[in-house]
Design a protein around this ligand. Structure first.
Ligand code: UDP
Ligand code: MG
Length: 309
């Protein structure tokens, strides 16, 4: 019998874990030819998530948990679950029921058809705020434009199925700033996608705010591409060329008209502008430098405090 591992990162999901287990169980009761396990990764929750998991896992043998020593973030939590998953295929999904378990049979079907990776493309329901929708769209456009991985719009949901072979490859990765959706796209293999509509979070709060989303965007871009560095260099060339031309034009103008162009304001503005530009470019270099610094230390992505399997 083939086994499917479901990996669920959980950060303050005490109101959701029992419910999602129930739903997944229902789904698998319709799939009698598959065995399943659910690996909850408690990412340093501050609520009763751990208690819930301990109670549930003592009642149901298919429930496993990994408890982190602190909050490491969504991506490391997914990675930890994949690292310990024993299934022939691994499905990662959010713990707040925004990723409908009803899609699992379709994903398995695609996998059985021979796809190694089954992505899900999230369509937005009407209730999702205009702001979140736009920032998300913008993020994927920017990311695809700036990096060398091809990310379909919305293909970025972390609800996906991977064959055990793909998971095996993923385990060997030793990247500091994890960006799993990008890595999945980058790895290749035979990929397929299905669409779904994300629903509202059932209980609790989303922990992704604007600041986190911007950080995530930077991680995504800088983990996959050095294009920002090229852009910085191109800008340098562009402005140098511009200044040479401008300078020539100015000298000619001064000789012909025998007057000088005065302009304190324009001078100051130019200095401020270029000061700013240089700081931005230094910052970009700094981000890459920081990544090298973190990677060189080679600290683990996460620390496990407790595990029941
Ligand atoms: N999550 C996590 N660690 C964190 C933040 C979130 O493991 O530091 C989990 C969370 O429990 C959920 C998933 O990641 O299962 C997605 O988080 P959330 O619903 O807050 O994000 P959103 O759906 O708003 O993008
Ligand atoms: Mg959510």
């Amino acid at each position: 019998m083939k086994k499917i591992s479901i990996v669920i990162p959980a950060y303050n999901e005490e109101g959701n874990v029992a419910l999602i287990h129930q739903k997944i169980k229902e789904v698998f009761s319709e799939l009698p030819n598959y065995d399943f396990e659910i690996i909850f990764v408690n990412d340093g929750s501050r609520d009763g998530t751990q208690k819930q998991l301990e109670v549930l896992s003592s009642q149901f043998s298919e429930i496993k948990f990994i408890e982190f020593s602190r909050n490491f973030g969504h991506q490391p939590a997914v990675k930890a679950g994949m690292d310990s998953a024993l299934g022939n295929a691994v499905i990662s999904m959010d713990g707040d029921l925004q990723h409908p378990p009803e899609l699992i049979p379709q994903m398995i079907k695609k996998w059985e058809e021979g796809y190694d990776v089954v992505l899900t493309i999230r369509k937005y329901p009407k209730e999702i705020s205009f702001f979140k929708r736009k920032t998300s769209d913008f993020f994927y456009k920017l990311l695809s434009g700036l990096s060398d991985v091809n990310l379909t719009k919305g293909g970025g949901s972390d609800f996906r199925l991977m064959d055990a072979n793909v998971v095996e490859v993923m385990r060997k990765f030793n990247e500091d700033d994890l960006f799993l959706r990008g890595l999945t796209s980058w790895m290749g293999f035979k990929q397929s996608a299905i669409e779904f509509t994300a629903s509202e979070r059932v209980s609790g709060q989303s922990s992704y705010n604007l600041k986190k989303m911007i950080t995530f965007a930077f991680t995504g871009i800088t983990a996959f591409s050095v294009k920002p560095l090229y852009i910085a260099a191109y800008l340098g060339f562009l402005f140098s060329a511009f200044s040479v031309i401008g300078y020539g034009a100015y000298v000619i103008y001064a000789f012909v008209s025998k007057t000088e162009i005065s302009g304190w304001a324009s001078l100051i503005m130019t200095i401020v502008f270029f000061g700013g530009l240089q700081l931005i470019i230094l910052g970009i270099i700094g981000i890459y430098l920081g990544k090298i610094f973190k990677q060189v230390k080679a600290r683990p992505n996460y620390i496990i405090k407790n595990k029941n399997f």
